[in-house]
Design a protein. Structure first.
Length: 286
């Protein structure tokens, strides 16, 4: 029906001023369709009753088409003006932030204590950030309080380096009955991975990858831990997804003092903020 609308509304009309042009009974111009019907029927000057019936039928169809088009136009405008439903704003990261436990308030060290590595740099709170000055080689802090319960959890933080060329984030955390470290920017600034898996550190196991990092840029870090798996993200990119159900997890000897939870950098100044621990024992709705 709708395909016929343009044809019904735009039927050609022929003028009756020249010889051989067909006209109606009252000198009115015929449509192109009626002119063709007239020639096929062999009629000449006068319209037959059948032709008049056809003309009245076409006029009725044209009028009906105009009425239908007029009725459809308001509905089309209303459909275009109807606002789209707002997109859902909730994300896994926002849900985790709502349930997370703040580990650093941006004002004082609180339960973080400078780690006595030997040769460590200064640890200060500056402009809302926990700052590790370059050490020789390590500077770090260790959590000196009871940790939240549960073996399934997520750690999140933001970190940037301002000087130095080696790792600016070695996040040590408990997993199963041991501990592990997530390394960001190690081995001259590019290695990312877990230390250690079956005795191999972040530069030598199957989580090893190479990335470039800019100075004075904040990076979002997330590490999700369970007894079966360790996952990690840098900004929105997942960089680790490792099944550890049959893997021995351990630490390098240099960071044993970071247990049970710690941060450190290697000859590099690192700034940390927005540190949170989020329990994940509760199942999230699909």
């Amino acid at each position: 029906m709708f395909r016929c609308l343009p044809m019904l509304l735009c039927l050609p009309v022929r003028e009756s001023n020249r010889a051989g042009t067909s006209v109606g009974t009252k000198g009115e111009p015929r449509s192109g369709i009626m002119d063709g019907l007239h020639r096929l029927s062999g009629a000449t000057g006068r319209s037959s009753p059948r032709e008049c019936t056809c003309m009245r039928g076409c006029a009725w169809l044209r009028g009906g088409a105009l009425l239908m088009l007029a009725m459809m136009m308001p509905m089309t405008v209303l459909a275009q003006e109807e606002p789209a439903a707002p997109a859902a704003q909730s994300t896994d990261e926002e849900d985790a932030a709502d349930r997370g436990i703040e580990l650093f308030d941006g004002k004082e060290l609180g339960d973080w204590k400078p780690t006595n590595f030997g040769g460590e740099g200064e640890v200060v709170v500056e402009d809302g950030s926990l700052v590790l000055r370059p050490g020789s080689p390590l500077t770090g802090v260790t959590w000196d309080s009871e940790l939240p319960e549960g073996s399934d959890y997520e750690l999140s933080l933001e970190v940037k380096k301002t000087r130095g060329i080696d790792f600016f984030c070695a996040l040590t955390f408990p997993v199963k009955k041991s501990h592990c470290s997530f390394i960001v920017g190690g081995w001259a600034g590019s290695v990312v991975g877990l230390s250690c898996l079956d005795g191999d550190d972040a530069s030598r196991n199957d989580t090893t990858r190479y990335m470039s990092f800019e100075k004075d840029r904040w990076y979002k870090i997330r590490v999700r831990v369970s007894d079966e798996r360790i996952q990690a993200w840098i900004d929105d990119e997942q960089v680790v997804d490792r099944d550890i159900s049959e893997t021995e997890v351990s630490l390098r000897a240099e960071v044993l003092l970071s247990r049970p939870l710690g941060l450190c950098s290697f000859e590099t100044e690192a700034h940390y903020r927005n540190l949170r621990w989020t329990p994940l024992n509760e199942e999230k709705p699909e």
